[in-house]
Design a protein around this ligand. Structure first.
Ligand SMILES: Cc1ncc(COP(=O)(O)O)c(C=O)c1O
Length: 422
């Protein structure tokens, strides 16, 4: 989940609060009710999973999972449900988006939890009591705001959030977070600081074929993945780290024990079922093909691509915002050359005005660009494209009108001139 927010606020339409996600938004709802496209709540996957409810369900008996310790296998962490790490390794092998051979897999309560444990492990490895200096943690702006918010709230003696990596130039050890594709702008990223003392965390929550062409298996020291944006099962709160260094892996699992005595076994069981189901659909497709032959990545890419085509068209005709242009690449998994189709659209107002203000004139509540680490991005705004179909259609409808303050094309309205006194 993202940024603290009153989740119970029912005066906004967000398309994800009810169980029956498909019917949650009335497409003809009053134009006065703000449409909430601020959160990246991945409910667009609902229609896909609905079609396979029967085949892909998990039954948990009353007698299951009474023990804290579930895995006696000495090569595994004892809180990993048997089959969890195998399922993680298998899905990465099938998709070809990350190297797992010879790496440690550490399961956690979403990747958000593991992010903090990785910071702790990396900083204790260099700090190990010899210095009082807190290790700076940076990420190139625009960046996912929860990184900074969660580090700040910890008030750790070991590490501290230092914001934009593009302006960081200190000597000594530091941790750089590289989110690729990036939230909010969907760009593929590399580290930007590149100095001695570098420690990297690669957050690869969106490195899946529905969002970006997967061009090679990611092969970094510390990688984070999550079910949330991959399959849409954000509520199961399952993520994993793929880590090279045994010492880092061991420090992370110690954290999982000290803070939460393992991680939810029901969640892992669900993850195993879903990951195996997806892997099977590519490695062992039924013969003859099932009536629903579309598999997760084809579904995800088709929906994202359709949404991108529509949003590009409406933004272009509105002439109020610019959208980033992406470069097409060959996706090794889907076997086609295509543009990235990121989970969010990152828009910039053409005239440099505060873009979220313009959005609110259209009764669209979107995330202000300044919340992504730099006030320079105030003219930008992020809108989610992974919500429900109803939410997306309403978004298109609202984007097709023009903010009143801009008047008719190319003319700033009088009301705006009055307000600004110029
Ligand atoms: C870049 C990035 N990393 C991590 C997360 C959180 O993932 P999880 O649900 O596994 O905690 C998000 C969620 O929006 C994200 O955008």
């Amino acid at each position: 989940m993202e940024q603290s927010k009153d989740m119970s606020n029912s005066s906004h339409i967000n398309g994800s609060q009810a169980n029956n996600i498909e019917e949650n938004i009335d497409p003809n709802s009053s134009d006065d009710v703000p449409l909430d496209v601020d959160l990246g709540d991945p409910v667009m996957y609902y229609p896909y999973w609905k079609t396979v409810d029967e085949e892909c369900s998990v039954t948990i008996k009353a007698s299951d999972f009474l023990s804290y310790f579930v895995n006696p296998n000495k090569d595994e962490f004892i809180y990993h449900v048997p089959g969890f790490t195998d399922a993680v390794r298998r899905i990465h092998r099938v998709v070809g988006n990350a190297v797992t051979e010879g790496r440690y897999i550490i399961g956690g309560t979403g990747s958000s939890q593991l992010f903090n444990y990785l910071l702790r492990a990396l900083s204790s490895k260099v700090n190990s009591g010899t210095t009082n200096k807190r290790i700076p943690v940076v990420c190139a702006a625009p960046f996912y705001g929860l990184f900074g918010a969660s580090v700040d709230s910890e008030k750790s003696a070991m590490y501290e959030w230092r914001g934009d990596a593009l302006t960081f130039d200190e000597e000594g050890p530091y941790i750089e977070v590289v989110t690729s594709p990036n939230n909010p702008d969907g760009l593929i990223r590399k580290p930007v600081v590149n100095r001695p003392g570098e420690m990297l965390i690669h957050d690869l929550a969106y490195y899946w074929p529905q969002y970006t062409p997967t061009t090679a298996p990611a092969d970094y020291d510390n990688m984070l993945f999550t079910m949330s944006k991959f399959t849409g099962h954000a509520g199961s709160r399952v993520g994993w780290a793929i880590v090279k260094d045994p010492e880092i892996a061991s420090m992370m699992t110690t954290q999982v024990f000290l803070r939460t005595i393992g991680c939810c076994q029901e969640g892992q069981l669900r993850a195993i079922k879903i990951l195996e189901f997806i892997a099977d659909s590519y490695e062992k497709p039924p013969i003859p093909p099932a009536p629903t032959t579309e598999r997760l990545f084809e579904f995800g890419y088709r929906v994202m691509n359709e949404r991108w085509n529509k949003i590009k068209a409406v933004i272009k005709s509105g002439n109020v915002f610019n959208l980033l242009e992406y470069r097409p690449q060959h996706c090794n998994f889907l076997g086609t050359v295509h543009n990235p189709t990121p989970a969010f659209a990152w828009l910039e107002s053409k005239n440099g005005d505060d873009a979220s203000q313009l959005m609110s004139e259209l009764k669209i509540q979107a995330r202000n660009g300044a919340m992504f680490g730099s006030s320079e991005h105030k003219k930008c705004v992020r809108i989610t494209l992974v919500g429900s179909e109803d939410q997306f259609n309403l978004l298109l409808r609202r984007l097709s009108s023009r903010p009143a303050s801009l008047g008719i094309d190319g003319v700033t309205s009088f009301s705006k001139l009055d307000v600004n006194g110029s």
